[in-house]
Design a protein around this ligand. Structure first.
Ligand SMILES: *Cc1c(COP(=O)(O)O)cnc(C)c1O
Length: 396
């Protein structure tokens, strides 16, 4: 599609394959395989399975539409969809690395990503050095002759720490390493890492791309040669494929992506300001607040602060902090107590005892995830209602 078109137009108009019936809305191709008119045609199509529909583990038209739309929104040449965000991570590592290779990764990672890097890939001889994402010298110093990949998540979960994509991208380039950025927290509506120097953008489509908490999905966006020659052969053989149904749900989700994320960012800023001024709150982390340690990076790199807000409750001891945090969570009547994010409904979670409970207390403390920390992912409810919902437990 014409790539001079703006984001909002691409979000609803790109990636629309039509059948002979010329349907207006995208068709859902619930079929595992595709038929041929002759044995010769089958032979030809199997030989070029990237260009034809043969079997839905390889390609499916509804999945193709999702891939084209996400590639357009990220400003990348090509996209490969996967069944979940984690299978996108598995696929990019399988595509780009061999036994004996090394990667440099931010230490602030989604829990399962950290588990894959430190416990799973290491069993196959792929090692990882973890660095403070804001320490540029640490990225440089961690590079070895066998370094093949840089991996970054920005903003991070749950404390919304940001890192400079452009600066880290330059180090990756100088080191001949593929630079992968997990863009799940911002979505392309707020941040387009390829424009800032990333080679590959990875998504948990489960979050903002769906946006309504319905399906799991994942994706990798990059150059046509990397996606088709490296990622596709792994995904078509190993089968971490996105289902047609989930692709169809995600296509509909992407049409409202920028409207949702803009409103969620505006509401999140309002909630963050309310929390920052509340006497029971020790600290608030939100990239749209001037008090955020990487506020300058946020202004440069993101078009808004995003939906995720973290706060720390006061309390003299960790036990007291936990009690205060749990009182706020239990006092809510609107927010959903669940670890998912990117939903139209505001979610609230206590990372220390849920998403980050398997991290050692020392590591948690070092990364700032104390017993007083609460993570909010703001939805589309009225922001004032959310502030009042949180105020109940804050005042208790
Ligand atoms: C949720 C998430 C993942 C994992 O995605 P799944 O779709 O749950 O497999 C990876 N990275 C980030 C930043 C996430 O939020």
């Amino acid at each position: 599609m014409d790539d001079s078109l703006n984001f909002d137009t691409l979000a609803v108009r790109s990636g629309t394959l039509r059948t002979e019936y010329n349907e207006h809305s995208e068709a859902l191709f619930l079929t595992s395989s595709f038929c041929f008119t002759s044995a010769a045609q089958a032979a030809e199509r199997f030989k070029h399975s990237e260009d034809y529909y043969t079997y839905s583990r390889f390609t499916n038209p509804t999945v193709t539409m999702f891939e084209e739309r996400l590639a357009a929104l990220e400003g990348g040449e090509a996209c490969m969809a996967t069944a979940s965000g984690m299978s996108a991570i598995l696929s990019v590592v399988m595509a780009a690395m061999n036994a004996g290779d090394h990667m440099v990764s931010s230490q602030s990672l989604f829990g399962s990503t950290l588990g894959m890097f430190s416990q799973i890939f290491s069993r196959f001889g792929i090692t990882t050095t973890f660095v403070d994402p804001n320490d540029l010298d640490a990225w440089k110093n961690a590079v070895r002759p066998e370094t093949k990949m840089f991996f970054l998540e920005t903003p991070t979960n749950p404390l919304c720490e940001l890192a400079d994509i452009e600066a880290i991208g330059k180090i990756a380039k100088a080191s001949n390493a593929i630079f992968v950025v997990d863009n799940s927290f911002c979505s392309p509506a707020l941040q387009q890492p390829i424009k800032l120097g990333a080679d590959v953008v990875m998504h948990s489509a489960t979050k903002f791309l769906d946006g309504q908490g319905r399906v799991l999905g994942g994706a990798l966006v990059g150059t046509k040669s990397f996606i088709m020659e490296k990622v596709f052969p792994f995904v078509r053989s190993a089968g971490p494929t996105l289902s047609a149904f989930n692709a169809w749900v995600l296509l509909k989700g992407m049409e409202t992506l920028s409207l949702r994320v803009e409103r969620q960012s505006a509401s999140a800023l309002e909630v963050a300001r309310f929390l920052e001024s509340h006497p029971a709150v020790n600290r608030v982390w939100y990239p749209g607040l001037e008090s955020h340690p990487q506020y300058e990076i946020a202004k440069r790199q993101q078009s808004a602060g995003g939906a995720v807000v973290a706060l720390e409750l006061k309390g003299d001891t960790p036990e007291k902090q936990r009690e205060n945090a749990w009182r706020v969570i239990d006092g809510t009547k609107i927010c959903s107590i669940t670890a998912n994010l990117g939903d139209t409904r505001t979610t609230i979670t206590h990372p220390a005892t849920t998403t980050h409970s398997r991290v050692t207390p020392e590591a948690r403390e070092a990364s700032g995830i104390t017993e007083g920390v609460i993570r909010l992912a703001i939805g589309l409810e009225n922001a004032g209602d959310i502030c009042r919902d949180l105020a109940r437990g804050l005042e208790g």
